[in-house]
Each structure stands twice: as C-alpha cells, then as structure tokens.
Design a protein around this ligand. Sequence first.
Ligand code: ZN
Length: 446
Amino acid sequence: MISLHIGIDDTDSPRKGCTTYIAALLVEKLAKINAKFLDYPNLVRLNPNVPWKTRGNGALCLRIQLEEGLLEEVKEFTIDTVEEYADLEYEGTDPGIVFFQGERIPKEIRMFARNTIQGLVKLEDAISLIKKFRAEAFGFKKCRGIIGALASIGETLENDHTYEIIAYRIPENYGKPRQLDEESVRRMDRETKPYTFNNVDPETGRILITPRGPDPILYGIRGETPEIVKKAHEMVRALEPIERWVIFRTNHGTDAHLRKVESISEVRPYHPVIVKGTVSKPPRIIPRRHVIFTIKDETGEVDCAAYEPTGSLRKIARRLMVGDLVEVYGGVRPPSEKNPLTINLEKLKILRLAPKISYMNPLCPKCGKRMKSMGAGKGFRCEKCGFRSKELEKVAVEEERDLREGIYISDPRSERHLTKPLQRYGMEKKHAKVRLIDGWFGFGKT
Ligand code: ZN
C-alpha cells in the first residue's frame, strides 16, 4: 500500500463549477476502487487578499492509501474529472493538480502552504518544491492552480480546524433559485448551536448556508465535528433533490490567514494582518457609508476601513476616538492614487479606551447648582441664588464612552470563510484527531 495526496485547485469560475464538487466526484470513484481514506477531504481556503483570486479561493486535498497497481488509474481519472468539470473556457481559471506520495508531508511544503494562506507565493516556488520532493504536477492553461493544489497538500490542518458538510444539487437545477425550508434551517441553527456556525445572520435573519451563484452547491453547514454537521444536514429540509453530499475538514473559521506583526511598518499589501496601534485620526464616514480611521505607532501610520457590509463592526469603528488603543485584523489593500495603504477590517479589538473629557461650567460654591457663563472672560453667575464669580473656571469632566473594551467581529453575512466567528473563541482545537467512523466515511446520497 502507498499513501497518496491529491491536491486540486482553481477549477471554477464565477459562472460555473466548484472545486469541492470535483473532490466529491473523486471521493466516490476512489471508494469504488477500495482506496482507504486517511482523512476527510481537506478544503483549504487560501489567502483571500490576493489580487488574482477566483471566488472562494478554496483548494482541495484527498489523502488516501491504495494498492500501488492502482496509482496510474487514479491519476488518470483525477485528471479526466478535472478536465471534464473545470471551466476551462473561462479566462482566469487555470486549474492545477498535484500528486504527492509519502506518509509525511515535508516541512518545506507545509511552510509553503502557510505562505499561500497568509501571503503571496509564486508558481516557480511551487514548481521547485514539486521537483525537489518528486511530486507530480498537472496544470491547465497558465497553471496557477498548481500553487493551491500543492498548498492544500501542505496544509495538514494539525491545529485548529472545522468541518463543513456540503450538499450538491442535481445539474438540472443549476442556476435556479435554491429551494429549502427556511424554518428547518432556523430550527437546526437553534438546536446545534454553538457547535455549528454562520447558519443564519443574527441581525437580518437571512439564511447563510446557501450560496448565491450558479454553482452546484445547494448548501454548506459548518461546525466543530463531523457528527454535528451530519446531524445538522439531517435536520435541514431540502425542497429540491440532493445529488450527493460530502463532509470536508477545513480551515474555515480559524483565522488561519491572519499573521500578527510587531509594528505598523511591517504591514504589507495583500498580507492579512493583526497589528496594534493608537487611533491617530478620528473616524470619518466616506461615501457609501464606509468608515475610515487611522492608527499609528512609533514606526508609522495606516488607514483602517470598516465597510458598510461589516454591519455592527462599522458602527463600533465610528465611535472610536483619537487616543484609543486598538488591535486591528484584516486584509491589506495596496496604496492607490486616491487612497493610502489600507487595512480592510474583519475584526477590531479595543484594548484601552481614551478618556473622553469635556469642559463644563463650574458648580455654584453656595448652592451647588451648575452656573451660567456671563460670556467669555466675564465669569459665571448662579441663576438660583445669584452668586457671581470672575475667578471660577470651567471644569474638566470625564464622560462615559458609548463603547466597551473587547473584540468586535464583522457580521456573519460579510464574514470571510477564514474569519473566526465570536462563538468559536475558546473552542479552538490543538490537535488533529481525525476519526473516520467505521463503514461511514462522510459522503452519501441522501
Ligand atoms: Zn448658587
């Protein structure tokens, strides 16, 4: 028996397809030839902040054991399936497949995966690793998908991870409105919380498990264990046929894309970041209701943007004041002619609020009532008892802030696949203990 890791990426386009669907088809074919699955199919979201991403920027890896004699057959039907289902006519869809044989994934490939999730990598880097470790790569067109394919092999999800069950539509229904009993989704959400997440937007009540596009996905439910997402799937009542479903192990909801840097000078375009700073310019609202504020430290200054769809996060950002100490989380947009380098907020942690001081008229020393000003430099007069004074001065009063210290996250409807939702805080996994349930691997037809 040999161990084989199959990575696939960049097969879909905004108008057609889904790499997870190709993986779902392959899972079935592999099961038919009695391949032994070493893991759930891994669905690895890559850096959402790259300039050339397709839709979800998700790559897939299948990890199996099989008889050596079956190796060529597996490679052949993998390539055939990608060729058949990828949107090869679409400019910007450049599929890639990587096969890697071996029990353990070399550290360099794991590091490459981390850089693909948190930063920018080049196709040449992927190719040289593929040569060095005698992996095999197949690329279509510009071959860019080879990067994600190798990264999905290298991301072994040994730390925090989650699961997603995806149910697929029958092809006749692609492009038509998705038919689900919404009440069954709300009930599933109530009964499986907090072990599933992002099912329903709490503010608008909108169902979030269904995507919008013409792709084959009917819905996807995310959660902490394979059992809970399977159970949640059984609770949802679909009002259209489900062709098949698969459970994926993923880096969704883990913040895997964010890298903490020590200072603002280390903030680089396209590298999602966590960085601390003090608010140096007050929040300003720009057209389309986005909120921009500026933070600084001793190394530099950077703009932060809370866009309208981030909902409550934008409302929080608007209440910041110069002097507040914050930690910001988000993707980084390069400077343009109009705008400087900008962090697009996904989260905001308020570490320390600056005191809000306002100056008020003094209290009357005789009767305690707040005095009236008689005009600049002319002193104060008490309306109640008539006391006057030229010596008294305005007094500094600390006002209460309409903001609390703590972490704020964009509303689920605008959350990125990778953003860790509030309810997952404290549930992070430290190890990957993958239990494949006997006789049931995690895919099916009902
Ligand atoms: Zn008085």
